[in-house]
Every structure is written in structure tokens, then in C-alpha cells.
Design a protein around this ligand. Structure first.
Ligand code: OSB
Ligand code: MG
Length: 369
């Protein structure tokens, strides 16, 4: 298909609740949306870079630059037969996985619409509904956190992830565990600790946690290996895994026993699928992480999480948790069994609502050949 036009939007969506992690707090969520057009068909993608380089080095600004000046020019006005064509053409550029993944997603949606297949079908999904949980940001105090956990459990979430940081860890986790002995519970440090802090994780080892996510540095595998060796609880890597090679090295080293697959972080759905396939082969469980996506990215995450190896609950919550009004339909709802249905319509299976999008656009640019 000849790529005739690409439209890029910087949007700012008002979160229903501030989301606080060890690296900062977000009241609004910025991201970049992409619309690729060819032969009367359009494909949408979401680049999950945010307004500041807290999670990783990318931002909306770096993604805008890299997409405009490098990634869009390799496909605009040219024939592209498969999303892999794009991946091959940008292989000569280093880094910027979030930017890469945003445009790749738009191409998957485009090709899905062209062939009439859903992402679920294109990737060989096996689950029509996927088990999900909720990621709860740092709260004012433990009382407020206990209330938040209870509220989400009442809504039907069976798995909860708590964000932790130095000073808000062992006691906080013990309180939540004490109040909810049967809850599927896990924690995420977003790289806030160092190997010297291993006593903190050793103290959590008896809390029956599903996993401890990214306790140490974002670019580390070796210290995680030393920490994992001291724990019964599984370490799960998020920030440290940017490609299949990192996943293999982490598993071979023993740096983690679980991997959080975020298609954005690894440069797209194709690489995410390769990591999934590798993990299935070596018996490492995976689950799909989230980046507070709009319904565009949520649809993509649901398709990925429908693959057989996604055996742990994913960070994909119902649409109503995130935004007052999303820019795309349908709205994803939580089923009684803490699952969400995987879209089955062609491509991502979503439709952008132009008026809703207009209201949140800060900047827009059209690229034509
Ligand atoms: O580390 O998993 C993370 C959101 C932004 C940046 C990093 C992370 C997160 C989440 C959100 O945990 C999960 C969700 O989208 O519900
Ligand atoms: Mg994480």
C-alpha cells in the first residue's frame, strides 16, 4: 500500500485521578497519536511517550522530532507491504522505541483494515477475554491506599499492583496484605532502589507477592541478578527490557523470572510478539504492562495480551478508570471475572471520535508526499 498521508497529534488528556509513581506525578497524560492514510483506509497508532522523561528518556517532544524527521520520511509516499517493512527501514536508527511503536501500531491497524483481519487474528491470539488488574499509584497515606484497593476490588479487580518508593514500601505492603490476605498483589518500584536496598525486598519476601517489578536501575541486568538470587519472590523486569536480546540476556543471567511486555517500550507489536514467543519457549511467564493508554493503545494491548503466553493478569484496566471522555470507541469494560474482552473487529477494532479528539489536541501536523 502506498502511504499517502500521515497526520500526527499531540494530545493532552485529563486523568480522572492523578497517577503518582516513584518518578513523578501525572495529572494529565500527554501522548502522540498518528493516523496513516492509504487507498481510502486509515490506521491509528498511539505513541506512549509522555510529557517528561521519567519512565524512560523519551518524551512527546523527542517522539515528535524522531517521527517527523526520521521515521515518517522512510514510509511517506512509498509502498509498504507489511508493518515489518517499516521495522526494517528504521532498523538503521538507534533507540526511540516508543516513537517506533506508535507508527508501527498505526500500520498494523491500516493493514488490518485492508485485509479485514483483527490484530487478534493477525497475531494468533487465543484468548477472547484477558485477565486484568489495576495499577494503583502512590497515595497520600496508607489509609487512602487501603480505601483505593477496596474500591477497585469492589469494582471487580482481582489483581492489584501497588507503586512503591523508598519510605513507602515494606509497611505499606504489609498493611495492604494484612487487610486483603487473598488478593493477588504485586509491586512496582520503577527503578527507585539500589542493590544496597536488598534488605527491603527480603523483608517483603513473605508477603505472597506475585512479583516485584523493576526494583533497580532502568538499564540494569546484573544487579537485578544479584537481587533475584536473594529472593523467593519473582522479579519482573519492565524498563530494563527494550528488545528480544535484553529479554534473553535477562533470562539467561537470572535477572528476572517474569517479563512485563509493553509493546511501546520494545519498539512495537512485532518485537513484543518475538519476546512473547521466546518466553513461551523457555517457560517464562509474561503479562502486558500499561502506559495509561487511550482506547487506541488499550485495544492494541488487549490484542497482544490475548496470546497464549500472557499467563499473568495485565495492567489493562477498564476505560472508565482513566479518562472522563476517551478519544476512541468502544469503551472497554471489566467483566465479572476480572477480564476484558479482546476487540474482534478489523485492525485495532476501535473508532476515533473526531470531536473528542479535537478537544484534546495541543498540536497537529499533516505530512503529505
Ligand atoms: O511502570 O508500569 C509502569 C504508567 C506509566 C508509566 C509506567 C507504568 C505505568 C503503569 C500504568 O503502571 C498501568 C496502566 O496503564 O494502567
Ligand atoms: Mg512498571
Amino acid at each position: 500500500m502506498r502511504i499517502e498521508q500521515i497526520e500526527m497529534f499531540h494530545v493532552r488528556m485529563q486523568l480522572r485521578f492523578p497517577f503518582k509513581t516513584s518518578f513523578g506525578v501525572e495529572f494529565n497524560r500527554d501522548c502522540v497519536l498518528l493516523c496513516v492514510r492509504s487507498e481510502g483506509i486509515e490506521g491509528w497508532g498511539e505513541c506512549v511517550a509522555s510529557s517528561f522523561p521519567g519512565y524512560n528518556y523519551e518524551t512527546v517532544g523527542t517522539a515528535w522530532h524522531i517521527l517527523s524527521d526520521f521515521f515518517i520520511p522512510v514510509i511517506l509516499g512509498q509502498d509498504v507491504d507489511h508493518p515489518q517493512d517499516f521495522i526494517d527501514r528504521v532498523a538503521k536508527f538507534r533507540g526511540h522505541q516508543l516513537a517506533r511503536a506508535g507508527l508501527e501500531m498505526a500500520l498494523w491497524d491500516l493493514f488490518g483494515h485492508a485485509s479485514g483481519e483483527s490484530l487478534f487474528e493477525m497475531f494468533g491470539g487465543v484468548k477472547r477475554k484477558v485477565e486484568v488488574g489495576v495499577s494503583i499509584g502512590l497515595q497520600e497515606d496508607d489509609q487512602r491506599l487501603l480505601e483505593a484497593v477496596a474500591e477497585y476490588m469492589a469494582k471487580g479487580y482481582r489483581r492489584v499492583k501497588l507503586k512503591i518508593k523508598p519510605g513507602r514500601d515494606i509497611e505499606m505492603v504489609q498493611r495492604v496484605r494484612g487487610k486483603f490476605p487473598d488478593l493477588m498483589l504485586q509491586v512496582d518500584a520503577n527503578s527507585a532502589y539500589q542493590l544496597d536496598d536488598s534488605h527491603i525486598f527480603i523483608a517483603m519476601d513473605d508477603q505472597d507477592l506475585i512479583l516485584i517489578e523493576q526494583p533497580l536501575a532502568d538499564d540494569d541486568l546484573v544487579d537485578h541478578r544479584h537481587l533475584q538470587a536473594q529472593l523467593e519472590t519473582d522479579i519482573c523486569l519492565d524498563e530494563s527490557i527494550l528488545c528480544l536480546r535484553h529479554a534473553r540476556q535477562a533470562v539467561e543471567l537470572g535477572s528476572c523470572r517474569v517479563i512485563n511486555i509493553k509493546p511501546g517500550r520494545v519498539g512495537g507489536l512485532s518485537e513484543a510478539k518475538r519476546i512473547h514467543d521466546y518466553c513461551v519457549g523457555v517457560g517464562v511467564p509474561v503479562w502486558c504492562g500499561g502506559m495509561l493508554e487511550t482506547n487506541i493503545g488499550r485495544a492494541s494491548n488487549l490484542a497482544m495480551a490475548s496470546l497464549a503466553g500472557f499467563t499473568l493478569p495485565s495492567d489493562i484496566s477498564a476505560s472508565e478508570r482513566y479518562y472522563e471522555r476517551d478519544i476512541a470507541e468502544p469503551s472497554f469494560c471489566l467483566n465479572d471475572d476480572s477480564t476484558i474482552d479482546v476487540p474482534q473487529d478489523p485492525g485495532l477494532g476501535i473508532q476515533v471520535i473526531p470531536q473528542a479528539l479535537n478537544e484534546v489536541v495541543l498540536k497537529k501536523e499533516i505530512f503529505k508526499d
